[in-house]
Design a protein around this ligand. Structure first.
Ligand code: NAI
Ligand code: MG
Length: 365
């Protein structure tokens, strides 16, 4: 089959890291044993689109994103466009609009400890950590109606049963999949004080009991989850499920474990991940967790691993190409084991050196 992918390099280091990710897709397309070809559709988006077209995203790009099987993005924004930050007209507005047209309701961030990392946490504490943070991404306090005056402000933090059910199902599917080291879902909420959390906990529990009786479900208060995640991160091995607000905090916190933003991938999914090769692709929006890093842009020293691992997530979740995804992850780990690292991991390698070594390693697997 042929899969179409909207490719957004974006701003700052975005195009530098995205180039290393698309080079892997090109390699797979051209490989004699390759199972699929990838039709890459590169487009301007964010700040660079403002400079060229006067808008952060054109209708043509939104339409391309709506039709594509998946989207791969670098990062957008930077000091040049900071004045427009808060409106839909700024670079971040483009991302929000693209998320909207693709209807991705779950944001997923795998967090794994890399022995080659730069974790501020003690090695013996983080060794063996492997979990996925799954954040509900379309509801809760971020999207509820807002009121704002100079003396009063409110955000409505509400959830519907159906919104909780669908993200719980996704968490359970992930917990059963090879990407999770344990068949466990750890759901984080504040059911002791928030009504929306009480519904959350009840619906998560009911859905798991009814539909996934063989997956373990643990409920954890979100505040103590933060302490535990830093003190005993392996306790979270499995899938960490949370609503939009708590998921936002927990997924950023999880970034402490590998010690650099540069290696963390993310995915936003519009449906339960593809279970096996040959199933109809599901739409996903994939990007590294980091931003456009204007402080190091243009120097060729950005870490491309977050972008490369995001591509592995795309192969796994949108296309059901588990073997290829695992191979990429393995090639990344072998490259780090060899001692090749960018500056954020206390090394001296360039973006392209890391990218080409990962590709070379991948071909040798
Ligand atoms: P950032 O993630 O761009 O940078 C934070 C720090 O991490 C910087 O010191 C940077 O050099 C370093 N860093 C980030 N990615 C790296 C990589 N791949 N390799 C090596 N070092 C890396 O976050 P910051 O500085 O808060 O934001 C910069 C711009 O990026 C802002 O305009 C922000 O709005 C935008 N941004 C965009 C995102 C997106 O497009 N999804 C996400 C986060 C920020
Ligand atoms: Mg955040």
């Amino acid at each position: 089959p042929e899969f179409s992918i909207l490719v957004i390099g974006g701003d700052g280091i975005g195009p530098e890291v995205t180039a290393e990710a698309t080079a892997i897709l090109d390699l797979l397309s051209a490989h004699p044993k390759g199972r699929a070809t990838f039709n890459l559709l590169p487009r301007l988006f964010g700040g660079c689109s403002i400079d060229k077209y006067g808008v952060s995203v054109t209708d043509e790009v939104l339409e391309t994103g709506r039709k594509a099987d998946a989207i791969l993005m670098g990062a957008v924004g930077g000091p040049k466009w900071d004045g427009m930050r808060h409106g839909f007209e700024g670079p971040e507005g483009a991302t929000l609009r693209l998320r909207e047209v693709t209807q991705v309701y779950a944001n997923l961030r795998p967090c794994e400890y890399f022995a080659a990392g730069n974790s501020p946490l003690r090695e013996e504490l983080v060794r063996g950590t492997k979990f996925i943070v799954l954040r509900e991404n379309c509801g809760g306090a971020f999207y509820g109606p807002k009121e704002e005056t100079s003396d009063y402000a409110s955000d409505l933090w509400s959830y519907k049963r159906s919104e909780i059910e669908r993200v719980t199902r996704m968490a359970a599917h992930l917990a059963i999949s090879k990407a999770s080291p344990k068949k466990t879902v750890i759901s984080c909420d504040k059911a002791n004080v928030l009504a929306s959390s009480r519904l959350w906990r009840k619906v998560v529990q009911e859905t798991m009991e009814r539909e996934f009786p063989d997956v373990e479900i643990v409920h954890q208060l979100a505040d103590s989850a933060t302490t535990l995640m830093m003190m005993r991160p392996t306790l979270f091995n499995g899938v960490v499920l949370a609503d939009n607000t708590f998921g936002d905090l927990l997924s950023d916190l999880a970034g402490v474990i590998p010690g650099t933003l540069g290696v963390l991938p993310s995915a936003c999914l519009a449906d339960i991940p593809v279970q096996k090769w040959g199933d109809k692709p599901i739409k996903g929006f994939y990007e590294p967790v980091h931003g456009s890093a204007p402080d190091i842009a243009g120097q060729g020293i950005a870490n491309p691993i977050g972008a490369i691992l995001s591509t592995a997530l795309m192969l796994r979740y949108s296309f059901g190409m588990e073997e290829e995804a695992t191979a990429i992850e393995k090639a990344v780990n072998l490259t780090l084991d060899e001692g090749l690292r960018t500056r954020d991991m206390k090394g001296t390698a360039s973006t392209t050196e890391i990218g080409s070594t990962i590709r070379k390693t991948l071909l040798e697997l």
